[in-house]
Design a protein around this ligand. Structure first.
Ligand code: GDP
Ligand code: IMO
Ligand code: MG
Length: 422
């Protein structure tokens, strides 16, 4: 058996959480492979809404096993909050959530270093989620990090050593903080983590595949935030692309099956960094309002713009996407016309490739399509799609050369339409 991978093709918040929840009934195991509580994955069903940060999105579909993979970074304090919120909602996790011993810990001082570094950058800041993601991955790569498995043996000693080093760095910033309060929550979180099954998740996942169990790997963030291929330095600190599922779960490339690539019918971005199709006008405002485009983690307004096919083709290439999923189609219900960027013009020359650097000189080349001007949120099947929506889907499939298998028409689990039913 091979593992399927589901990941975002834009700058995150494509709707990964919703689709993982919808697909989970077809799987035995859902495993997150990178990122941490910078993610905010929203799920809606039966009038309820949940936002998951570190816990995989397969926890609301019965007793499926969920795995926090080695590629993730975990903040114990935030993890405990998440676990308690789920327990309070009648969703105890202990028997169905396993955590890799090799996942790295986000320490309170990682969070402080993230905030201090952003404050020092001023106008040039990345606009991080402030969750300590960059500093935690920095320590992992520089071989100074602490892992989940470390909490089982002489943890206090190891913790103090790392924190002493962080304090040295923090002294160079003029940054005030209250570490004691953060540490209390951190150590309570460590106790919470100890009550879970801490595993060698690479063995667990591979043995499960050998036993013909079906595994869905859940990505966080999006391809354009990838540390290698995103709009560097305005990116996150992990590999968000499909290869991240190999390193973040211990899967060999031969064990990857379907790759589901998720995109919004338009495009959004939170934080700083280039965004070629951004609309800083009334149209952008309309999309933000209709799409409720405010960050699930930080509440920050998301920047909105038209769909960018240059960026999507790039993402599809990097991930080897086999099936596309179009989200938030209903957000475009009211538009007379919809634009799609098919190429970039840079210094007068047209290109269909995502450039090394996106500067002011880049101008998107648009194709305009008619809008459907119909409320599609209650549609039940593809047969009911308005002609213009079908035309938009056909246009995208032709441009992207991958079938769009699922169309989402609202935030609820039920508002999901599968195309090409066999
Ligand atoms: P994720 O990080 O990729 O899981 O996405 P987020 O949860 O951060 O953001 C997606 C937002 O869009 C959430 O508020 C979802 O409830 C909502 N959503 C998902 N699919 C749809 C859809 O098809 N239509 C609308 N209107 N909202 C959607
Ligand atoms: P999900 O999984 C959207 C963005 C931040 C910032 C940059 C770096 O919900 O799609 P970080 O805190 O990771 O160092 O921030 O990445 N970012 C996201 N944007 N969705 C996310 O996750 C994001 N996670 C990080 O806004 O620009
Ligand atoms: Mg999100």
């Amino acid at each position: 058996m091979k593992a399927d991978v589901l990941l975002g093709l834009q700058w995150g918040d494509e709707g990964k959480g919703k689709v993982v929840d919808v697909l989970t009934p077809h799987y035995d195991i859902v495993a997150r492979f990178q990122g941490g509580p910078n993610a905010g994955h929203t799920l809606e069903f039966k009038g309820k809404k949940f936002v998951l940060r570190s816990v995989p999105s397969g926890v609301f579909q019965g007793d499926k096993i969920n795995v926090i993979g080695n590629g993730m970074v975990i903040d114990p304090a935030l993890f405990k909050e998440e676990v308690e919120a789920l327990e309070a909602a009648g969703e105890p996790l202990h028997h169905r959530l396993k955590i890799s011993k090799k996942a790295h810990l986000i320490l309170p001082t990682h969070r402080l270093l993230d905030l201090a570094s952003e404050a020092a950058k001023g106008a040039g800041k990345i606009g991080t989620t402030g969750k300590g993601i960059g500093p935690a991955y920095t320590d992992k790569i520089s071989r100074n990090g602490l892992r989940i498995g470390d909490i089982l043996y002489r943890f206090d000693e190891k913790y103090r050593e790392v924190v002493a080093r962080h304090m040295e760095i923090l002294r160079q910033y003029n940054f005030e903080y209250d570490l004691e309060k953060l540490e209390k929550a951190f150590f309570e979180g460590i106790e919470c983590i100890k009550r879970f099954d801490l595993i060698d998740s690479e063995y667990f996942i591979n043995h499960s595949l050998e036993e013909e169990k079906k595994v869905l790997a859940e990505g966080a963030q999006g391809t354009l935030l990838d540390i290698d291929f995103g709009s560097y330095p305005f990116v996150t600190s992990s590999n968000t692309i499909c290869a991240g599922a190999c390193t973040g779960l211990g899967l060999s490339p031969q064990k990857i099956g379907e790759v589901y690539g998720i995109f919004k019918a338009y495009c959004t971005r939170v934080g700083s960094g280039p965004f070629p199709t951004e609309l800083k006008d009334e149209t952008g405002e309309l999309i933000r309002k209709k799409g409720c485009e405010f960050g699930a983690v930080t509440g920050r307004p998301r920047r909105c713009g038209w769909i960018d096919l240059v960026a999507l083709r790039y993402s599809i290439m990097l991930n080897g996407v086999t099936q596309l999923i179009m989200m938030k189609s209903d957000v475009l219900d009211d538009f007379d016309t919809i634009k799609a960027c098919v190429a970039y013009q840079i210094d007068g020359k047209e290109t269909e490739e995502f450039p090394f650097e996106i500067t002011e000189n880049l101008k998107p080349v648009y194709v305009e399509l008619p809008g459907w001007k119909t409320n599609i949120t209650n549609l039940q099947s593809e047969d009911e799609f308005p002609e213009e929506l079908n035309a938009y889907l056909n246009f995208l499939e032709e441009e992207l050369n991958v079938p769009i298998k699922i169309v989402s028409v609202g935030p609820d689990r039920e508002q999901t339409i599968i195309r090409y039913q066999e």
